[in-house]
Design a protein around this ligand. Structure first.
Ligand code: PMV
Length: 323
């Protein structure tokens, strides 16, 4: 009754920030994302008749808030399998956790894949996505690979692959500017934005047009169009964050220096654009021929601690021979 799964974090080019309704953790908007194959989460789930409660270890540590969300996902899997067994969950990231690198997305995608595997469940993709969403709104996007579109349909979310990694081999260069966990989690931050930012309604109202434009740019493999649109959507989300009370200022001086450098490079003809999530790390998306120059430029910025490089990756999957 044990299985191990691997999943990769994803980064949204057209983002979600805000929930439609509290129940079921349904995002207010759709989103479009890239799966980062160079960064990975590995999660083991073992159901055990001797356990009285679920035990959750993230990078070797227990965390009450995450454990509650893990148990909510496991409860759904237990319901599907008709069992009451509790589980030990051990999850490890090979990148900084909780610092705006979407560790919750890869973590919950790996969790539901491993949990379903350990229980011998053959669930439809849609059902797995619903269960992953209970843990993190962006987790369903890490179940699939390449470029992934998440949309709301009726009272659920639907994910589809828009391009496989080989269809458009983009590269992502991540500039890590802090390694500690962020002060305000996405979940708490977006609830504050919904309640207090005067720009939140405009963000939701203009989102459909951004999603349609992003999707069209990916389908046409139109890098300049995607660059302009993704940067605009990212800055619009940060405008909502900055105008939240209390304000959500996720950037460091190094974050901003990276954004300026990336814009300068694009003006000089380098195919690169930025996006930033609820944290200080900058993700520079580029065509493969530009990745070396982008990595060198960002590595030279004061305050950039580390550069991570990633091609597009595959969706969550079970490890065939877990040790
Ligand atoms: O998946 P969550 O609930 O941690 O929220 C993620 C929100 C952003 O990363 C900021 C945007 C996105 O669409 O990934």
């Amino acid at each position: 009754m044990r299985a191990v799964a691997v999943a990769h974090p994803n980064v949204a080019l057209v983002k979600y920030w805000g929930k439609r309704a509290r129940a079921g953790n349904l995002p207010a908007t759709g989103s479009l994302s890239l799966v980062l194959g160079g960064l990975a989460t590995e999660t083991s789930v073992r159901f055990d008749p001797h356990l009285a409660r679920d035990r959750v270890l993230l990078d070797g540590r227990e965390d009450a808030e995450t454990s509650a969300r893990v148990s909510a996902c496991l409860d759904e899997l237990r319901r599907e399998a008709g069992v009451g067994l509790r589980a030990t969950v051990e999850s490890r990231n090979d990148f900084p956790t909780g610092a705006g690198l979407a560790s919750s997305a890869s973590g919950f995608a790996a969790l539901v894949t491993a949990g379903a595997g350990a229980l011998g469940l053959q669930l439809e993709d849609q059902r797995l996505a619903e269960i992953a969403r209970l843990g993190s709104g962006s987790a369903p996007r890490s179940l699939l690979g390449g470029v992934v579109l998440l949309t709301n349909r009726d009272a659920t979310t639907v994910c589809e692959q828009v391009a496989a990694p080989a269809d458009w081999p983009l590269e992502i260069v991540v500039a890590v500017t802090t390694t500690g966990p962020k002060e305000t989690s996405s979940r708490i931050g977006m609830a504050l934005s919904e309640q207090t930012s005067p720009y939140y309604d405009a963000w939701v109202e203009t989102h459909g047009a951004d999603l349609a434009a992003g999707l069209a740019a990916v389908r046409a493999r139109d890098f300049p169009a995607l660059a302009g649109l993704a940067e605009h959507n990212c800055l619009k989300m940060h405008a909502v964050m900055l105008t939240t009370r209390p304000p959500l200022i996720y950037w460091t001086p190094a974050t901003l220096a990276c954004l300026h450098r990336i814009q300068e490079m694009r003006r000089d003809g380098v195919p690169v654009f930025f996006t930033v999530d609820a944290g200080p790390q900058v993700k520079a998306v580029c065509l493969p021929q530009a990745a070396d120059d982008v990595a060198t430029a960002l590595a030279g910025i004061p305050g950039v601690l580390r550069i991570l490089r990633s091609p597009l990756g595959e969706g969550a999957r079970l490890r065939a021979n877990p040790d």
